[in-house]
Design a protein around this ligand. Sequence first.
Ligand code: FAD
Length: 372
Amino acid sequence: MKILVIGAGPAGLIFASQMKQAKPDWDISIAEKNTQEEVPGWGVVLPGRPPRHPANPLSYLEQPELLNPQFIEEFKLVHNNQPNLMSTGITLCGVERRALVQALRAKCVAAGITINYETPLASTAQLEAEYDLVVVSNGVNHKSVELPPALTPQIDFGRNKYIWYGTKQRFDQMNLVFRSNANGIFIGHAYKYSDTMSTFIVECDEQTYAKAELEMRSESQVAAYLAKTFEAELGEHELISQPGQGWRTFMDLGHDLAYDGKFVLIGDALQSGHFSIGHGTTMAVTVALLLVKTLSAEADTAAALENFNSRVVPLVQLFKNHANSSRLWFESVGERIGLSNEDLTASFDARRNNFPPLQDALMGTLGYALGR
Ligand SMILES: Cc1cc2nc3c(=O)[nH]c(=O)nc-3n(C[C@H](O)[C@H](O)[C@H](O)COP(=O)(O)OP(=O)(O)OC[C@H]3O[C@@H](n4cnc5c(N)ncnc54)[C@H](O)[C@@H]3O)c2cc1C
């Protein structure tokens, strides 16, 4: 079996390394459009303590402690300048995205998988002729690969603007901070991901963005303005930006079909969901493991992909319902900003209650994928 994986992010890397482990004689290679050094983004939170949690990609590394993971047990909501402290319910693991991706890449290379960086892709017809299977894991960069028409994504853009910073301030809890000023409401999402660094994401609606004239300001002026807005949290610490990580609008990408012919989608290429539920990498790992299981269990690739599709589509739908509900809650927070701390916290907690728990569906899929 000759497989090409498009995209060396968490989804493609977990798929490739675990597939190679299950089928050592299969020929697996990865094409990555960026250079080896280029891994955008700061820290992410993952579920559980490695090696125990199967959806935490660190669980698949021999020495996860080398990535300096930070464990988080508490959630802090700050509103009206007052903190509300709660348990996160499950241990969360903050880690630098770049360190995680580089460690997974090293694992793939050690297993005999070639990663070709900065290589232009062949046409769909050429890929079909050359490979038995093409695993598309190029994230939300859907325009970067030509796919069969049946795999054209449904795309929806969020209404809020967000910007992803790093900071040397340490946030020991998962922080959700609401700060209002004359221009509107700014929401900060912050958590530690190494001994010295934290992620700090700022979100605001388009009116606030326009009123604060953020478009007219330089990168450093925006960072200074937001650091001042969140001065109570950041103290003297700066917000540090990365090249190419300016203001964005969240892109919700989805599919009703996970494969067509020899092309199969995993990770954000299959579905993306708002960062406020923090499950993007968990979904990427779970779906990659499910694909490994279905391909390992079934000699006929078409039947394996049909089995994969029938299991993954309901999971993706549930994930999207949770993520969209959460995104909409943040986009309409102005309607609730007059609530007390307790009532805002209760509303935040209840924002995904209309749907069956995502955790149960993820654990069910992981149980099947790992044969438990
Ligand atoms: C602000 C923000 C915060 C987030 N926080 C969290 C969090 O705390 N926890 C969490 O679990 N998730 C979080 N996520 C989501 C998480 O980052 C993604 O869900 C996860 O990275 C998906 O992995 P992936 O491998 O599918 O895609 P990606 O990580 O996007 O990797 C895709 C790879 O494909 C490459 N590529 C693109 N096009 C091509 C091409 N044509 N050819 C070859 N290679 C290509 C890219 O360069 C990249 O390396 C966050 C996302 C955002 C935006």
